[in-house]
Design a protein. Structure first.
Length: 443
């Protein structure tokens, strides 16, 4: 992007080096943060019902465990507001370091929370507070990671691909979280529910150290430097973005319904459903999710790249439509209770999701003017957590309890897809355009 080159004050080779460092820092950082976040989701499906709610029947215990899980999603828009404000005020880099620390410390402390047998209901209360802090940390992470990479991009033709790399942190974090649970499940054996599940949470402190080392080595983005030089920093970016771009915030949240709600059904709810309803082995489900996350290593950046060719909105519409239909195939295969069919269904489940998740970062971030971009993109993205990702496992559990069939959950997924199809149809598409120049002129 020519307008971004001058403010960087770097040669072409130096700029390319910084772009590479920024993409690596964003991807590694989001991998660590999502490892922390997904670790909780896996443990909530496998361990927390019996550990923190032992007096409840299995279904109620699962609902209670996913209720503490939902609290993290409530924290995400709070984190988006807090860190979005500072990301637009003091810069992308400093804010990303803060989000990593908040998330890492909360995850590390979860390893030490005593169960119900030790301190009663206080264990669940402490767990809920730490989960809220996890949500606040990850709520500020996404916007900064996308911008730290996308705003170092010079050209208009590859923003979808470049912005998709922080999204790559999701399958990477999912892979590491499930690998850690699988590994320590095998190592601790029957003691997994006692202490084995705690070790992956302890290991997060090591990952945080690695992430901080990488992020401290990057420079601030040329776009934010330009905002500083031209004195276009807003005093209250959160308030301004609600005044100037409320529709974009709303559409950004609604467009995620088909992506986020099914994702947490496919990666969190499936553990409870697979082990308690289908009586599949824990390791079968874990391994299948691991393989699915490996496929996403390819399908997320590929979808971002395709969106550079055919347009963000078109790629997103295709992904939403495929997801709406896939839910019926998914639960048809799961409910067969055949291990091979269950395995294949889980492995394939993230491909429709990735068709949206790849172009999503650029689709949302491009919709907001540079001086409000961290706040606007973060809020729009994270507000979906309250209406989509957070309640999805709860809704899925309640639907199955009421109708005793996975097809009821498939209908819910289809409904989410319809919402996203409508929202995506109204979402602005700036594929191939100089978004900095356009919004500077418009404002």
């Amino acid at each position: 992007m020519a307008s971004m080159a001058a403010p960087s004050g770097l040669s072409d080779s130096e700029h390319s080096t910084q772009l590479r460092k920024a993409v690596i820092a964003a991807t590694v950082g989001t991998t660590i943060e999502w490892y922390d976040f997904f670790l909780y989701g896996t443990a909530a499906g496998l361990v927390f019902p019996k550990l923190f709610f032992p007096n409840a029947d299995p279904l109620t215990g699962t609902l209670l465990a996913f209720s503490t899980y939902f609290i993290g999603f409530v924290g995400r828009p709070i984190g988006a507001a807090i860190f979005g404000h500072y990301g637009d005020r003091i810069g992308r880099k400093a804010t990303l370091i803060a989000t990593l620390l908040v998330m890492g410390v909360a995850t590390f402390l979860i390893a030490f929370v005593p169960g119900y047998d030790s301190i009663g209901i206080w264990g669940a209360i402490i767990l809920t507070v730490l989960r809220m802090l996890q949500g606040i940390g990850v709520g500020g992470e996404w916007g900064g990671s996308v911008l730290i990479s996308m705003e170092w991009s010079r050209g208009h033709s590859s923003r979808g691909l470049i912005a998709s790399w922080p999204q790559f942190g999701v399958p990477s974090g999912l892979f590491l979280a499930n690998l850690a649970i699988l590994g320590f499940s095998a190592w601790s054996g029957p003691d997994f529910a006692t202490w084995g599940w705690r070790v992956p949470f302890l290991l997060s402190i090591v990952l945080i150290g690695i992430g901080l080392w990488i992020r401290l080595g990057i420079l601030e983005t040329p776009v934010f430097k330009q905002l500083l030089e031209t004195k276009k920093i807003e005093r209250t970016p959160i308030i301004e973005v609600f005044k100037k771009q409320p529709l974009e915030i709303l559409l950004s949240a609604l467009v995620r319904m088909a992506e986020q709600a099914p994702f947490y059904i496919f990666t969190a709810f499936v553990f409870a459903y697979g082990t308690t309803t289908l009586h599949m082995s824990r390791n079968l489900i874990l391994t299948a999710v691991l393989v699915a996350s490996c496929l996403s290593f390819v399908t997320i950046p590929l979808s971002g790249h395709i969106s550079d060719k055919i347009g963000r909105r078109k790629m997103y519409l295709i992904g939403a439509a495929v997801t709406g239909l896939f839910g019926f195939l998914y639960f048809g295969m799961l409910d067969s209770a055949l291990p091979s069919a269950v395995f294949i269904a889980i492995v394939l489940s993230l491909i429709p999701h990735d068709m949206m998740y790849g172009p999503q970062a650029a689709l949302i971030a491009e919709a907001f003017t540079p001086r409000l971009r961290y706040s606007g993109a973060s809020l729009g993205y994270q507000l979906a957590s309250i209406i989509a990702g957070g309640p999805a496992p709860l809704i899925a559990t309640a639907l199955f309890a009421a109708y005793h069939t996975g097809y009821a959950i498939a209908i819910y997924i289809a409904g989410c897809a319809v919402v996203s199809l409508v929202a995506a149809g109204f979402m602005p598409d700036y594929t191939g355009q100089d978004i900095s120049a356009e919004y500077d002129a418009a404002d």
